[in-house]
Design a binder for this molecule. Structure first.
Ligand code: PEP
Length: 251
C-alpha cells in the first residue's frame, strides 16, 4: 500500500518572515494528519527557518534543487551535504523550470539523482512533456527518455524510494490542469516503464504524483485514480488555506 504524498514547491517566493508565517499556519492547520506524507520545499534561504518551525510536526522539508558535488568551486550552487545538514529529507530534481530555463539535461539530472541517494536524500524527480511535444504525439517518448536516462543507475531498493512527479509542462502555472484521465494514462505508462527497467515490485512501490495547476477544487479528481498517489503543488502551496485544503482533499 503506497502512502499518499503531497508536496509544495514554493519556487522563488517568500522572504524568511513570509516563509515562517506560511509554515506556522500549515503546522497548525495540518496537525494530526498522519495518513499523508506532507512536504514543503521553500527557497534555499528559508530552509533553516522553516526547519525550526516544522521540527516535531508532521511536515517534512525538501529543497528545490541541488548540485551533485559535495563541495568545491561551484559558485552559486548548493550541495547535498548542506541540504542534509540543514534537515532536508527530500530534493526536487529535474523540475521543468530547471530543464527549460536553466538548460539542465538528463546526464546532469541523473548525477543529481545518484548523489541525492549517496547523501540520504530522497529525490522527487519531475518528468513531463511540453505542449508542442504533446501536440506532436511525443508525450510517451519524452517521458520514457527522461525515466530511462535519469533512473538507469539506481538499484531496485533505491528506485522504490524515488518519488516521481508527472508534470505536463503546459499545465504548470497556467491554471489549465490535465484531466485526471490524461494524468492517469501517463502515470500508468510510467509504471509500465518502471516494470520494464526494474520489476513489478518496483512498479507497485514507487509513488507517482501529478503536478500542474492542482487546486483545492481539482485534487479529489486526481486522488480518486488508484495509480495517482498525490500531487506536487506550485502556486496553490503559497497560501495556508489552499495548501491545507489540498492536503485534506487527499485524505
Ligand atoms: C510546479 O511548479 O511543480 C507546479 C506544479 O506548479 P503549479 O501548481 O503552479 O502549476
Amino acid at each position: 500500500m503506497r502512502r499518499k504524498f503531497i508536496a509544495g514547491n514554493w519556487k522563488m517566493n517568500k522572504t524568511n518572515q513570509e516563509a515562517i508565517e506560511l509554515v506556522e499556519g500549515l503546522v497548525k492547520e495540518l496537525s494530526g494528519i498522519d495518513s499523508v506524507d506532507i512536504v514543503v520545499c521553500p527557497p534555499f534561504t528559508a530552509l533553516s527557518d522553516v526547519k525550526d518551525v516544522i521540527d516535531g510536526s508532521n511536515i517534512a522539508l525538501g529543497a528545490q534543487n541541488m548540485y551533485f558535488k559535495e563541495k568545491g568551486a561551484f559558485t552559486g550552487e548548493i550541495s547535498p551535504l548542506m541540504l542534509k545538514d540543514i534537515g532536508c529529507e527530500y530534493v526536487i530534481l529535474g523540475h521543468s523550470e530547471r530543464r527549460g530555463i536553466f538548460g539542465e539535461k538528463s546526464d546532469l539530472i541523473e548525477k543529481k539523482v545518484i548523489s541525492a541517494f549517496d547523501h540520504g536524500l530522497t529525490p522527487i524527480l519531475c518528468v513531463g512533456e511540453t505542449l508542442s511535444e504533446r501536440e506532436a504525439g511525443d508525450t510517451f517518448k519524452v517521458v520514457e527518455g527522461e525515466l530511462r536516462n535519469e533512473l538507469k543507475s539506481l538499484s531496485k531498493e533505491q528506485m522504490k524510494k524515488v518519488v516521481i512527479a508527472y508534470e505536463p509542462i503546459w499545465a504548470i502555472g497556467t491554471g489549465k490542469s490535465a484531466t485526471s484521465s490524461d494524468a492517469k494514462e501517463v502515470i500508468d505508462f510510467i509504471r509500465k516503464i518502471l516494470a520494464d527497467m526494474f520489476d513489478d515490485n518496483v512498479k507497485d512501490a514507487v509513488r507517482i504524483l501529478y503536478g500542474g495547476s492542482v487546486k483545492p477544487d481539482n485534487i479529489s479528481s486526481f486522488m480518486k485514480e488508484e495509480t495517482i498517489d498525490g500531487a506536487l503543488v506550485g502556486g496553490a502551496s503559497l497560501k495556508v488555506d489552499s495548501f491545507s485544503a489540498i492536503v485534506k482533499g487527499a485524505l
